[in-house]
Design a protein around this ligand. Structure first.
Ligand SMILES: NC(=O)c1ccc[n+]([C@@H]2O[C@H](COP(=O)([O-])OP(=O)(O)OC[C@H]3O[C@@H](n4cnc5c(N)ncnc54)[C@H](O)[C@@H]3O)[C@@H](O)[C@H]2O)c1
Ligand SMILES: [Zn+2]
Ligand SMILES: [Zn+2]
Length: 382
């Protein structure tokens, strides 16, 4: 089969690989019909994630058709169209019992913190991902769901990560009726967080980024006010002025460890490797939220950080909530929203790229070229 393969930072290509075999009776092999590239894949692509092994296939957002099932699989059969959440999870451990699917204790022998994620380095379990013609799906009776007849396939694809993660970001913010919510990052996750904030009762939603074309999308897609942080002297002071000098009630970090906007952080992180990235968006969130406010973090961070303003978290009495999104927990509610037309997740897709050209897809998305917001990969389409 053809699969995307990692060869080192900024170097990926399509290679011939063996179709993955069934390794466990509850595995399924899925023929991928659509996959997506996530902002999280960019951290891998940029060489930011430890133990990203040469030869790995990325891709944790994918849908497809069941090709083969192991002997114990009961809920799926060959030919079923399935959507697969990005988390690999067992469904029965302490954490899965609490619907914390991103924290499953049985799927990642390499760590006790991170759970399992398809195509996300050996720090997330070492599972090959879905940017390929075929992918092995463990716990086939637990993770995947048959795509409802009425659901558009591109909507289903966006429901495997970006949409639920944005929704989860808003949920972690514990938004109260009328709250002022500021979202850092107007990528796919930030856009869905902003849109979801309204669903949870926000009275005002402000999105911050420095890419004008994405801010335009935030205005149209999420009906948000927007601020280009590169066009104001000090984004925190600016936000304070907009919020009666108290600050926002809730701040959502949908940027993560590769934030732009602070030279010192960039030097200590990317150049000197003194910390695992730049926490500038997180610090802006901490600074711009009001005392006793909530900071929700869905942007991805590695373990090592030194320049987070923790003293301010303490002295302001902030609540910080963060996690990998437990995708499947949100499906029942999000399916309703999609069915009723409240959400149209595929609206954010800007590029549809054949698997053979995936290297170009990564380059366009990484360099934010051609007004790219969300590229999807279609195997066998050229
Ligand atoms: N927690 C989870 O389960 C989960 C799931 C998916 C993605 N993520 C993470 O969410 C983050 C966003 O993902 P995405 O797909 O939207 O990525 P993306 O790269 O498309 O978007 C990030 C956006 O942040 C903007 N940005 C950079 N620095 C900023 C700053 N200082 N302030 C405000 N905006 C800034 C960028 O211009 C870009 O538009 C990534 O870190 C990704 O790894 C987390
Ligand atoms: Zn993702
Ligand atoms: Zn589990």
């Amino acid at each position: 089969m053809h699969a995307m393969v990692y060869r080192g930072p900024y170097r990926i290509r399509v290679e011939e690989k063996d179709v993955p075999p069934i390794e466990h009776p509850n595995d399924a092999i899925v023929r991928v019909t659509k996959a997506a590239i996530c902002g999280s894949d960019l951290h891998l692509y940029h060489g930011m994630v430890p133990d990203t092994r040469v030869g790995m296939t990325f891709g944790h957002e994918f849908i497809g058709v069941v090709e083969q099932v192991g002997s114990s699989v009961q809920g799926l059969q060959r030919g079923d169209r399935v959507m697969v959440p990005f988390n690999v999870f067992c469904g029965s451990c302490f954490f899965c019992a609490r619907k914390l699917y991103g924290n499953c204790h049985n799927v990642n022998p390499n760590a006790t913190a991170a759970g399992g994620i398809y195509g996300y380095s050996h720090t997330s379990g070492g599972y090959d991902g879905g940017q390929a013609e075929f992918v092995r799906v463990p716990f086939a009776d637990v993770g995947p769901t048959k795509i409802p007849e009425w659901m558009d396939e591109e909507d289903a694809l966006m429901l495997t990560d970006a949409c639920p993660t944005g929704y989860f970001g808003a949920e972690l913010g514990d938004i109260k009726e009328g709250d002022v919510v500021v979202v850092f990052g107007a990528g796919p996750v930030g856009l869905f967080a902003a849109k979801s904030a309204w669903l949870m009762g926000a009275g005002r939603v402000i999105v911050v980024d420095h890419l004008e074309y994405r801010l335009e999308k935030a205005r149209i897609f999420a009906h948000a006010e927007t601020i280009n942080f590169a066009e104001v002297d000090d984004i925190v002071v600016h936000l304070k002025k907009l919020t009666d000098h108290l600050g926002a009630d809730v701040a959502i970090d949908a940027v993560g460890a590769e934030a732009d906007g602070a030279f010192f952080q960039h030097v200590t992180a990317a150049k000197m490797k003194l910390q695992g990235g730049s926490p500038v968006a997180l610090n802006w969130a901490i600074d711009s939220v009001r005392k006793a406010g909530v900071v929700s973090v869905v942007g991805v961070y590695g373990p090592l950080f030194s320049a987070v303003k923790f003293g301010d978290v303490l002295n302001k009495g902030l609540t910080i909530r963060a996690n990998q999104c437990p995708v499947k927990r949100h499906w029942p509610r999000l399916f309703e929203h999609v069915k009723n037309g409240v959400l149209k997740p595929s609206d954010i897709i800007t590029h549809r790229i054949p698997l053979e050209h995936i290297a170009e897809g990564y380059h366009i998305f990484s360099a934010k070229l051609d007004n790219c917001i969300k590229p999807i990969i279609v195997p066998g389409s050229n």
